[in-house]
Every structure is written in structure tokens, then in C-alpha cells.
Design a protein around this ligand. Sequence first.
Ligand code: PAF
Length: 282
Amino acid sequence: MLIAKTIAEARAAVARLRAERHCIGLVPTMGALHQGHISLVRAAKATCDAVIATIFVNPTQFAPGEDFAKYPRRLEADCALLEAEGVDVLFAPDPEEMYPEGATTFVEVAGISDRLDGASRPGHFRGVATVVAKLFNIVQPDKAFFGQKDGAQVAVLRRMVRDLNFNLELVVCPTVREPDGLAMSSRNHYLSAEERQSALVLSRALRHIEARIAAGVIESARLMDVGLAVLAEEPEIRLDYLCIVDPETLEDVADVSAGALVAVAAAVGPARLIDNLLVPSR
Ligand code: PAF
């Protein structure tokens, strides 16, 4: 696996791959890799001729006071994992490489970026859209792979790809869970054993809602009551939102009959965790 630290090295590596392979897959990450990331790499390996992963803890998607400084950084272990998965190139730039002195251009996906996590983390999706647009420009992939766990991020990036005419397919892979249901996240590393136990209430609330939908309930208000009652069983969490929205626009929906995203976010100890459930359209 070639490790590119600079944009020039990444571009040269992509050009060499492009000369002989047709489909290039990109897996953008912030590192501290877990099986969720590995599932993205495997999906890319299964459908592309070459895979480029990126590891970059992107400062512009963290607000002041958030966990940018303490976000887990494990480049050596991550490299070993990616190498074992047969990734062709890892692009792992430093912040100065991605944001040189004087960089003032940002990608703003207006409106949708202010919903869900964007409402409680102002500027977050501006940072995500900007860095992902930059990675798309540097790598020019045919496909880019993201996890469904970040449901609002997926909606923002889909809109950006459409609005800015990026010539690529955005592939969304299912959330990978621990055996007890906890959605895998690099931020799970922050949790103590007790906090990890409390965090299970997020997936439990989604499962209860899913069961009510399977039983025929479609009204969002009734489903919200079910979810909120489960979340209230766990006083240790600080709920940010539970909502039922259109997965493309992130606007509230009155019922889930046409497919919906049921999304939850809460702080558990020092970690802000998110999870969601995609209701299939009938
Ligand atoms: O989902 C993430 O890990 C990040 O938001 C991403 C897409 C790599 C951009 O920094």
C-alpha cells in the first residue's frame, strides 16, 4: 500500500492507477478505524478495480470546544488494517496540506446543513462538505463510500454531489453494530464500561420504533412517543434529538409510509453518539 502525504503524491498515485484500472473507489475516513470502516473498504474492493482510503481528522468540521484535539489518532494500526484489506493507496495529509495558509473557500450546502447534527453543531456540515469536495477533486473517484450511520451526512453529501455535478456514484453502506446493538463509532473509545451500557439505549429506542412500524404504526407522533419513552429509561444520556425525517431533505415527516430516516443523537459521558434507522418505502 502506497502512503501519500501530499496532494501531489496522491494525484500521481491516482494517475498511475487510472492508467491501468477502470473504476477507482474512495473511502474517506478520519481514522481510528473499526469494522464499520472496514465494511466500506470491502464494499469498495468488491466493486472497484482500485481502492484509495483517506485518513484526515478534518479540523473544519469540529467547532471550538469539540473533540478535535482528543479525537483518536492511530495511524500505524490503521495502516496495518488497510494494508491487510488490500487498499492500494492511503492518502493521509497533514492539516496544512489540506488547508494552506489563506484558504478561504468553503462548500456550503445551504438549508439541509442546519438540520439534525447541523443544528447542534453549527458549521459541522460546511466542514464535511468542504473536505469531501476537496478529496473528490484530488482523487476523482468513480465511486465514494460512506456509512449509513451518518445519515444526515449522507443527505448533505448526496445534495452536494447533485448540485456541484460531481461525476461519481455515492455508495452508502449499512451501519455495522457490535453484537449488543451499539453502532460502531470511533467515539465509542471515549466511553467507560458504564457509559457504554447507557449508550445501548440509542439502538434500543430505534429497535422499539422499528417493531411498532412492523406492527403497522406509521404516524411519526406515535413512533416518537415510543422512542422517547425508551430513551427516558436511561437518565445518564443527554438527548440531543430524536426525529423522523425525509432521508433526502431531512425535513420532518408526518408518517413513515413513504420511507423515512429515524435518527437519534445523544451525549453519553464525554461522547456525542448518533444512530439511525432507515424505514423502507412501501
Ligand atoms: O464520516 C467521517 O468520518 C467524516 O465526516 C468524513 C466523511 C471522512 C469527512 O471528514
